[in-house]
Design a binder for this molecule. Structure first.
Ligand code: SF4
Ligand code: SF4
Length: 366
């Protein structure tokens, strides 16, 4: 459903917000979580060359990106290359963050050593992922050791916990385990966040706490996707995506080029795609609600808690695509108003002129 608009040669880069370069050195992972958004596992071997990662980090620096995030798969499986890339971001004065499942935190001592090596390379921030799926492969104890080592070293540290109904690992249970092992640890640099764990198939739903799955009443409270058009992800298979989301392996339209492409060209082209702009400003849940008002056969309520799953539905459902194709112009005023309110955007270029031109040039192939 890529709706190419504007310049065929790439278009100039605008400012949808602070940009992130997300780098997956590999799709391989030590875990094999069901519904892993990157389809990672120990068996998956796809990786990108170090030179390509370094080159894209340098391009991101030239383009004024705000941060580089190393994620995966499990980025620490490319340990030496990871340290080299972290060092390069430091040399370029680009903030960085590592997202990891902490499989390497096998003991207190090992966790301390790994954190020390990462910080020597220049790591600025670390995020750990855990939850019921993760602990099938990575014991919670390792996340606790790694979290303590990171806090001891003064790293900004976050733990992301999967959220769905009927689970054993929660924010509170993680905290209880942590306090049990490290009762005197200072926690002021620790953030623990619960995030919905979603099936990667939009036709399959899961059960969430009652207030999470979006319905007619709560759809209006949902924000747009703040990742699309600000996070660009270099994936383990060499594709570059226009968001950080879980849909990139399943939605061709979210892939905008490869590691051989010029980042400035890819960003410029992605910013001319009106569907991506719609997802950014209106958001997948509201788009589904609106589409169902036009076509009541579109059933969506109480199915999705995670906006990426709603996004997969939006791109994969022919009925939703048809509504977007025929009625997208209804959002023009809202999007222009939102853009107008973003003063920094106005300072960069004339959003009204740009977007109206873009909308007029929409190619109707979806
Ligand atoms: S730890 Fe993360 S990358 Fe690895 S399989 Fe699980 S969800 Fe996927
Ligand atoms: S909602 Fe869609 S565009 Fe946004 S991060 Fe998720 S998959 Fe990507």
């Amino acid at each position: 459903m890529s709706r190419e608009v504007g310049s065929q040669s790439g278009g100039s880069i605008h400012n949808f917000g602070r940009r992130t370069l997300s780098v997956m050195l590999t799709y391989q992972c030590t875990a094999e979580c069901s519904d892993c958004g990157t389809l990672s596992s120990p068996k998956v071997k796809e990786s990108i060359p170090l030179e390509s990662a370094m080159n894209l980090i340098e391009q991101a620096s030239d383009l004024g990106f705000s941060i580089v995030v190393f994620t995966g798969g499990e980025a620490t499986l490319r340990w030496k290359e990871l340290l080299t890339c972290i060092t390069r971001t430091k040399e370029l004065r680009l903030p960085n963050r590592l997202v990891t499942n902490a499989h390497w935190g096998t003991s207190r001592q090992t966790a301390k050593q790994k954190i020390s090596d990462l910080m020597d390379a220049g790591l600025g921030e670390i995020n750990f992922s855990t939850g019921d799926e993760h602990v099938r492969f990575i014991p919670l104890e390792r996340v606790v050791y790694a979290t303590s080592a990171a806090l001891d070293a003064g790293l900004r540290t976050s733990v992301m916990v999967e959220s769905r109904l009927n689970r054993s690992v929660t924010r509170d249970s993680f905290l209880a385990s942590f306090k049990n092992s490290f009762p005197t640890q200072e926690l002021d640099k620790l953030s623990i966040v619960e995030s919905p764990w979603m099936p990667i198939d939009p036709a399959r739903t899961t059960e969430y706490d009652s207030n999470l799955a979006v319905n007619e009443n709560t759809a209006v409270l949902q924000n747009g996707c703040d990742s699309i058009l600000t996070t660009y992800t270099v994936q383990g298979n060499g594709q570059i995506g226009a968001c950080c989301g879980l849909g990139m392996r399943l939605v061709p339209e979210l892939n905008i080029g490869t590691i051989e492409s010029k980042l400035t060209t890819l960003v410029g082209e992605a910013e001319q795609d009106f569907v991506k702009i719609l997802i950014r400003y209106v958001g997948p849940h509201r788009i589904l609600k609106w589409a169902a008002e036009k076509d009541p056969a579109i059933a969506w309520e109480n199915k999705y808690a995670h906006h990426c799953q709603a996004c997969l539905r939006l791109y994969s459902d022919e009925r939703v695509r048809k509504v977007i194709l025929e009625h997208h112009s209804e959002f023009e005023d809202e999007i222009l108003d939102t853009m107008m309110l973003q003063r920094k955007y106005i300072n960069i270029f004339n959003p009204v002129q740009h977007t109206l031109q873009s909308i007029e040039k929409i190619v109707t192939e979806m």
